[in-house]
Design a protein around this ligand. Structure first.
Ligand code: ZN
Length: 307
């Protein structure tokens, strides 16, 4: 096998901010950073960020300009020169409860546009925002929870339980056969000609390798053997997935799709893929997705055309 995703090419996996988790409980430092006009504040409504008017960058405010909402400390930009905090520029977000208007944009629109620093900020804060939205009450006792640790923990004053943001691991895999063809599937909800690699959530108590074998077999009837190689990961915080990418080799190749999961699955040669994409009868996953990178890693070069 030995395919790989071109390093550094995974949009949304390029976080460069120092999360400085040790500062989240340091109220004095946080207050000082919030008083610093060099500090940057992003504004987030649910899973969308407020953008600059040309929609190519996140709009950052000074703390004094920030609207009301849940204040989240995201980290320190060590590259940006010292603010009053002396160790770089602090970056915060405010999670507002108002609806996003046209000045906001979501990950699908901006994931491929943003520079690394902002893409990292976007996936972090959108994940946190989605988590806050559905954890206003304690899962243990039902009491209203309080935001602590600069927006990274919610605490229940009634039963004392702390609630932490979660990432749900999901495997995504490009499977090849003994002729080096790639197994791609089409979800029943997708239009004809739209294909992707196979994916699914990891279940409790399951290893990543077992999840790869189970998902591939459940969806297509294809059996994956012992060759499973990790290829890279991508946060996809809609609402909270962490996509773990693999290349795997099948040991039994007959396809029998589970109609509940996918409508169709096929083995594709590189020539098949090129011809179908060039003819416009096949659409590949979006440019920022790890699925697209897995397919291109197997194919050997970048492909054009997407959903
Ligand atoms: Zn509780």
């Amino acid at each position: 096998m030995a395919y790989s995703i071109a390093s550094g090419s995974l949009a949304l996996s390029r976080s460069v901010l120092d999360r400085a988790a040790d500062r989240r409980r340091d109220e004095e430092w946080l207050a000082k950073a919030w008083a610093d006009p060099a500090t940057q504040v992003a504004v987030v409504a649910k899973d969308k960020l407020q953008m600059t008017p040309d929609r190519t960058a996140v709009r950052f405010l000074q703390p004094g300009e920030a609207p009301e909402g849940i204040k989240v400390f995201l980290g320190i930009d060590r590259e940006a020169g010292a603010g009053q905090t002396a160790d770089g520029r602090a970056v915060f977000a405010v999670l507002v409860s108002t609806e996003a208007d046209e000045s906001y944009a979501g990950l699908r629109e901006i994931g491929g546009v943003l520079v690394d620093r902002e893409a990292g900020i976007a996936v972090n804060v959108i994940g946190l925002s989605n988590w806050h939205a559905v954890h206003t009450h304690c899962a243990n006792c039902g009491e209203h929870t309080e935001v602590i640790e600069a927006g990274h923990v919610r605490h229940c004053p009634a039963c004392g339980l702390s609630h932490f943001p979660r990432s749900d691991p999901a495997i995504i895999v490009l499977v090849t056969d003994d002729e080096d063809r790639a197994l791609l599937g089409r979800n029943g909800a997708w239009p004809e000609g739209r294909y992707s690699t196979l994916a699914g959530f990891v279940e409790p108590g399951e290893s990543l390798e077992a999840a790869v074998r189970r998902e591939v077999f459940e969806e297509t009837g294809v059996v994956v053997g012992t060759e499973i190689e990790y290829a890279g990961s991508q946060p996809w915080p809609l609402p909270s997935s962490l996509m773990l990418g693999f290349y795997a080799k099948a040991s039994r190749f007959d396809i029998e799709v589970d109609a509940d999961e996918i409508a169709e699955a096929k083995w594709f040669t590189r020539e098949d893929l090129r011809a179908l994409v060039e003819a416009g009868t096949m659409a590949l996953p979006g440019n920022i997705s790890i699925s697209r990178r897995l397919i291109e890693g197997w194919y050997g070069e970048e492909l054009t055309g997407s959903w």
